[in-house]
Design a protein around this ligand. Structure first.
Ligand code: TYD
Ligand code: MG
Length: 452
């Protein structure tokens, strides 16, 4: 007989406590503990995996990376670091309706047409719903098998029988194990189901995709708990209101992180956007105050984004500060620097900042762009539309060096920009001759003099 006991789990982050708590000490969430049955380890499935319990010199361990399987979708292959690694577990997170099932079905169709046997397990949609979606996407490969199932034990059994080359679990939150009493989607179930699926996949050397829903506030019974169990975590950014979708690699044991893939949701599923810079700049207004372009770096790829600011006199006692796509704290800091060092008094103004297209740019290299956009709107003087700015701003108004200057400038030149304002300390790193005029500055004042 298996010994069983219960514990209380935070439904947001998976923190375990022997007694009920009102506030989670790990994620600070309130009222998020639920009692769940814990299967005593030792007697459970974890014993299925047998390791050779002997230390060995690292030099003698055979390094077998194995061939990567390319998905046929370049944007995804890049985020994965060149394709899917055998035996790896990949978590795809995102809000409901963002396109997770669509992307996976497209990918699996591609792999199945190459002759790989794919098992697509769905606990969310009926087989005919998947068929209808597949028809829109043109996913009709013979080797693409669809299984509608939520029981963990039966899924594992089917994997054993069918022996697929790749498995997709469309939403790990729907899978449940009969051995646990707790409801499907609870932390205990999600953890148990994924750990057994992952162990099974590792044993068979089979790549496993887990789809996980993430709610608006970023909390999920699932993905947060899962992040440390899987090899790769990809998240969908953007919202379902916009046509484009960004997939970002948050963690990758087999490749780079922070790499992004850009897609557009169309009639026939997700289409790759090969040239994101021109995509994000497509609707840029000409000669409008408050708009500036910044070459931001996402992973290893430079992407030009437009930062927009609207600074208007406030009639509130406490002016409003809204920042979408850029770090809120960073903006407050830059407003203070502009006020104190440059004498632009924004304290009586509402400030709205937005990165056009809804991209998130969190790196400090966009500081200068934020300042330029705010100053431009405040002064009501447009910035030359052929100019890009980039650099980090310090608290005394100094402009600091940023990384990877060369490739950022090259991307801007490729898109037809002819003037670039950069930190002075970056100049020495530029090796090749640039196709645009470079203005090196060391303080914010200098930048404002050059722009207006
Ligand atoms: P879906 O993949 O079901 O989202 P998730 O699995 O992340 O919940 O995506 C559903 C959305 O995508 C839905 O709003 C309709 C849209 N869509 C298209 O615009 N074109 C298409 O070809 C498909 C299949 C879906
Ligand atoms: Mg779905």
């Amino acid at each position: 007989m298996k010994k069983s006991k219960t514990s209380f789990f935070c439904q947001h982050c998976g923190y375990m406590s022997p007694k009920w708590l009102g506030k989670c000490p790990s994620c600070n969430g309130w009222n998020c503990f639920a009692e769940e049955l814990v299967v005593e380890s030792g007697s459970d499935s974890r014993a299925e995996m047998r390791f050779d319990g002997r230390p060995q010199p690292i030099e003698e361990i055979p390094a077998e990376e194995g061939a990567r399987i390319t998905t046929g979708i370049t944007e995804i292959d890049r985020v994965l670091g060149g394709g899917i690694v055998g035996g790896s577990a990949i978590l795809i997170g995102g809000e409901p309706g963002i396109g997770k099932s669509t992307l996976l079905l497209q990918m699996m169709h591609n792999l199945a047409t190459k002759g790989l046997k794919v098992l697509y397990v769905s606990g969310e949609e009926s087989a005919s719903q998947i068929k209808l979606r597949g028809r829109r996407l043109g996913a009709n490969a013979k080797e693409l098998l669809v299984l509608v199932e939520v029981s963990l034990e039966r899924i594992l059994e089917q994997i054993k029988i069918i022996k697929p080359a790749i498995v997709v679990i469309d939403s790990i939150q729907t899978v449940y194990s009969a051995e646990l009493m707790s409801a499907p989607g609870s932390v205990g179930q999600v953890r148990e189901a994924s750990s057994r699926l992952i162990l099974n996949a590792k044993k068979l050397g089979l790549p496993l995709f887990l789809i996980g829903h993430v709610t608006k506030d970023g909390s999920i019974a699932g993905p947060k708990v899962l992040e440390h169990m899987v090899d790769t975590v990809l998240y969908f950014e953007g919202d379902s209101g916009h046509a484009y979708r960004i997939i970002r690699g948050m963690k990758n044991r087999f490749g780079p992180t922070n790499e992004i893939g850009v897609f557009e949701m169309q009639e026939k599923g997700l289409q790759e956007v090969a040239n994101p810079s021109s995509f994000f700049l497509a609707e840029r207004p000409q000669n409008a105050a408050g708009s500036v372009v910044v070459p931001s770096l996402e992973g290893t790829r430079p992407i030009l984004v437009e930062i927009q600011a609207l600074v208007s006199a406030t009639n509130l006692g406490m002016p409003r500060r809204t920042a979408i796509g850029v770090d809120h704290n960073r903006v407050s800091l830059l407003v203070a620097v502009l006020d104190k060092i440059c004498g632009l008094h924004l304290s009586g103004s509402d400030i709205f900042l937005n990165v056009a297209g809804g991209v998130n740019v969190e790196e400090p290299a966009v500081d200068l762009g934020i300042v330029a956009a705010m100053a431009s709107s405040f002064l009501d003087r447009p910035i030359d539309s052929q100019t890009v700015v980039l650099g980090e701003v310090g608290l005394t108004g100094e402009v600091r060096a940023i990384s990877q200057m060369e490739i950022r400038i090259r991307e801007a030149a490729r898109l037809g920009f002819n003037r670039c304002i950069i930190p002075k300390s970056n100049i020495s790193q530029l090796v090749s001759r640039q196709k645009m005029s470079i203005i090196a500055i060391s303080s914010l004042k200098e930048m404002l003099d050059n722009l207006f």
